[in-house]
Design a protein around this ligand. Structure first.
Ligand SMILES: Nc1ncnc2c1ncn2[C@@H]1O[C@H](COP(=O)(O)OP(=O)(O)OP(=O)(O)O)[C@@H](O)[C@H]1O
Ligand SMILES: [Mg+2]
Length: 455
């Protein structure tokens, strides 16, 4: 990774010095004295002066290097500043990421044919926003470095203002980082794929919310009875974070896998910990690994422009958020076809290899996908307790009598079937339903089951 400082940028970029003779190349980044505070002072001033100069030449690629150089200077200055170290650390982490992003972009653009080397307009705007932030940061850094004794008193008096100013720098840098990520992904450059590819290997990219709209999370089921133990295990497992949760909710058809997963995603503790980063991926219609990727992309709000393999984008996206929960619902569909089981398991393992991602998979059957370490381990879901099944029946039909108990037991307390009967009981007496049940048997439920699937 190239990491030229400002002085080398100013001296070694012919385009910069030929297009803008004078100030850029004449400003020296070398500190003129050796006292610590003066070093900071002169370096910050030098960086500010250069920033002003480079701002004029946005369209040239040496400009990219110059901006990267200023980031490096800022990182150096920060190591000299003792005040509010912890706050600055956060800001500087973003400056460092931005610098890496810019350097990668520079390397790629410099290697491209000359006619493609112009910085596109939307990216120029991102650079402009960054310039403003760099300037504010430099000024604030200077304010944190007392030059004289009496400055210490002033600093003490201005602590609150200063911490607010540093927080503002942090927010500004975060926005700049997001802007670069978004622009570098969806910018108008012709060889987006190549550049994207290089960048995605190295740095945090594509904050999900900033790219395209993430669909709303599917609402939770209206009722969920008798799954307290499982819920507790799931929620504590996710919140514990280490090891990251990889939870498989398995069991037969209609046993309540999806309901449990959705209720966990909406659990108040999970919602407050991951307010905007819970993703529900319906996989039931995904016949192939390609379909599965499309479903994931849709749930994550990723736009498939065909420029990069979707899998890479998805993984990069997931890496880019600080923490999130991804629920792959009905995963048996793409997984169960022998010819693609391995491929699907490998994709899941890649997602599960990202420590900041909590994974919930729901699937029919008794098997879990290989290559992923399932933790906390959840036993396959079994039918509801009689009491929970009756509560379910009553919540939907408003009825609870002796026949309802018989009906629910005849359904084996499987929630899907209990629901189907309870819906019938909204308009029929339980005794009528029992009579029908004795004649029609399960065929009467099939019609309700179809309604459930269509719903
Ligand atoms: N614990 C529960 N309490 C009340 N209702 C429930 C419960 N679990 C599931 N249900 C209801 O049962 C029906 C089937 O549940 P769900 O769709 O979650 O099952 P599933 O196991 O995901 O089914 P599939 O195998 O078809 O994916 C839904 O109408 C749901 O609201
Ligand atoms: Mg389901």
């Amino acid at each position: 990774m190239a990491s030229a400082g400002i002085s080398s940028v100013a001296r070694t970029t012919p385009a910069a010095s030929s297009s803008r003779p004078g100030p850029v190349s004449s400003v020296s980044a070398e500190p003129s004295t050796s006292s610590k505070s003066e070093i900071v002072f002169s370096t910050a001033d030098t960086a500010l002066a250069i920033l002003k100069e480079v701002g004029e030449m946005t369209q040239n690629i040496p400009y990219i290097k110059a901006v990267s150089g200023i980031c490096i200077q800022i990182l150096k200055i920060k190591s000299e500043v003792d005040l509010f170290r912890d706050k600055w650390k956060i800001v500087m982490a973003d400056v460092e990421r931005i610098r890496e992003l810019i350097d990668d972009y520079y390397d790629q653009v410099a290697a491209a044919p000359q006619q493609e080397q112009k910085i596109p307009k939307d990216l120029q705007r991102a650079f402009k926003a960054l310039e403003e932030n760099l300037q504010t940061t430099l000024v604030t850094l200077k304010r944190c470095q007392p030059q004289r004794k009496r400055d210490h008193v002033l600093l003490f008096l201005n602590r609150v203002q200063l911490t607010t100013a540093i927080d503002d720098c942090g927010r500004g840098m975060q926005n700049a980082l997001h802007l670069f990520n978004a622009k570098l992904n969806f910018g108008s450059r012709t060889d987006t794929a190549r550049i994207w590819d290089a960048i995605s290997r190295k740095v945090k990219i594509l904050p999900i919310e900033d790219t395209v709209t993430v669909p709303d999370l599917r609402p939770p089921p209206e009722t969920l009875f008798g799954r307290e133990t499982e819920m507790l295990k799931i929620v504590t497992g996710i919140l514990k974070r280490t090891p990251p949760a990889r939870i498989a909710i398995i069991g037969p058809r209609g046993i309540g896998k999806t309901s449990l997963a959705l209720s966990a995603l909406h659990h108040p503790d999970i919602a407050s910990e991951f307010p905007n980063t819970r993703y529900f991926v319906p996989c039931g219609a995904a016949e192939t690994p390609g379909d599965l990727l499309l479903q994931m992309a849709t749930a994550l709000g990723i736009f498939d422009d065909g420029a990069l393999p979707l899998e890479k984008k998805i993984l990069a996206s997931l890496r880019s958020v600080d923490s999130c929960v991804v629920c792959l619902d009905g995963f048996e569909k793409p997984w169960e076809k022998d010819t693609q089981t391995r491929e699907v398991e490998e994709l899941l393992a890649k997602v599960a290899s990202i420590p900041s991602v909590a994974v919930i998979v729901t699937m029919r059957g008794t098997e879990r996908p290989a290559k992923t370490r399932w933790t906390p381990f959840l036993d396959p879901l079994t039918p509801l307790s009689l009491d929970a099944a009756l509560q379910t029946f009553e919540a939907i039909s408003g009825k609870r009598d002796e026949v309802a108990t018989r009906l629910v037991q005849a359904m084996g307390c499987v929630p899907l079937d209990v629901h189907a009967l309870a819906r019938l009981a909204q308009s029929e007496e339980t005794s009528q339903i029992w009579a029908r049940w004795e004649v029609e048997g399960t065929s009467m439920l099939d019609r309700e089951a179809v309604r459930h699937v269509e719903h």
